[in-house]
Ligand binder design. Structure first.
Ligand SMILES: NC(=O)c1ccc[n+]([C@@H]2O[C@H](COP(=O)([O-])OP(=O)(O)OC[C@H]3O[C@@H](n4cnc5c(N)ncnc54)[C@H](O)[C@@H]3O)[C@@H](O)[C@H]2O)c1
Length: 277
């Protein structure tokens, strides 16, 4: 299959790597030339590390399945698009309007989003029946599960095609109806936001909160370790989407998250968040 991957940040790089590993031809695009310049090298580095534990992984061969592009023209012949740009409705709208100008009518759009309703994204296109949410988990090459979201107009045929593609790429899925934040992030963002509020109020340190969470509930990671892994900026963007969509104060972002983003403390990707890396 030919797969266009849009956005080469935390998620886009992981998505490109997974599908290239499963033998697909991947075309990767990002609006930032800096991001694009380093994307293939970073993917190759990750594959080389993975290759130390799994001798069947041939980093050079897999990376050869990934082409980099600096424009939309190369997406004309794609079977699937997997979009991973910022969690910002305006940014995503621009991308889908651009895709509509070039992609063949049979192409399925897979929206990787933390919270944005898939029915809304479908409204930016003339193919809402072929628009589906695929909420990949981070890090994508290692997480063999995705939450799949069927928008109001997403067809059963599209669900079936995406199920096949993901199953063949080693992934299990759970298909749910459309709702901002879906199942995973309506729950997890309340945990992360409240954990940030506990730090903000000085009730406990990030380490203490994560330790209590892990030991009390048996989770592998605490909410603040998770926020750093996702990206504090992405968590904040997602809370904004949830707050706007539900108009419910329970999703109002803790001011500490905003200050951290202003300061560039966005978590693992910047080297500093609730923890230092
Ligand atoms: N980080 C996570 O753990 C996680 C998990 C699941 C889903 N998501 C979702 O995946 C999406 C991407 O998240 P991320 O963490 O990779 O973000 P990121 O900030 O790491 O990467 C986003 C990338 O999109 C690029 N971009 C911005 N505008 C663009 C445009 N118009 N065209 C092409 N590229 C553009 C940016 O340059 C950047 O490289 C978001 O919607 C996010 O909510 C994130």
């Amino acid at each position: 299959m030919k797969i266009g991957v849009i956005g080469a940040g935390v998620m886009g790089k992981g998505v490109a790597q997974r599908f290239a590993q499963y033998g697909h031809n991947v075309v990767l695009y990002d609006i930032s030339s800096n991001v694009l310049e380093t994307a293939r090298e970073e993917i190759k580095k990750n594959l080389k590390i993975a290759g130390m534990f799994n001798k069947t992984i041939d980093a050079e061969k897999i990376v050869a399945n990934i082409d980099i592009t600096s424009g939309y023209e190369d997406f004309a012949d794609m079977d699937f698009i997997i979009e991973n740009v910022d969690e910002n409705i305006k940014t995503k709208e621009i991308v889908y309007r651009n895709l509509e100008k070039v992609c063949k009518q049979k192409c399925i759009y897979m929206v990787n989003t933390s919270c944005i309703p898939i029915t809304l994204i479908g409204s930016y296109t003339d193919r809402a029946e072929k628009v589906i949410g695929v909420h990949f988990m981070n890090p994508v090459p290692m997480k063999n599960f995705a939450e799949v979201i069927q928008g109001w107009k997403t067809s059963e045929e599209t669900v079936q095609h995406v199920r096949e593609l993901l199953n063949k790429a080693g992934m299990e899925i759970e298909v749910i109806k459309d709702s901002a934040g879906f199942v995973s992030n309506r729950l997890s963002h309340l945990f992360m936001n409240e954990a940030a509020a506990l730090v903000y109020e000085g009730v406990a340190t990030a380490e203490q909160i994560d330790n209590i969470f892990k030991n009390a509930f048996g989770h592998k990671m605490g909410p603040l370790e998770t926020a750093d892994l996702i990206g504090v900026d992405t968590v904040l963007d997602s809370l904004k989407v949830l707050y706007t969509h539900y108009e419910d104060p329970k999703f109002r972002a803790c001011p500490l998250l905003k200050q951290m983003v202003y300061a560039g403390s966005t978590g693992r990707k910047s080297g500093k968040g609730f923890y230092s890396y």
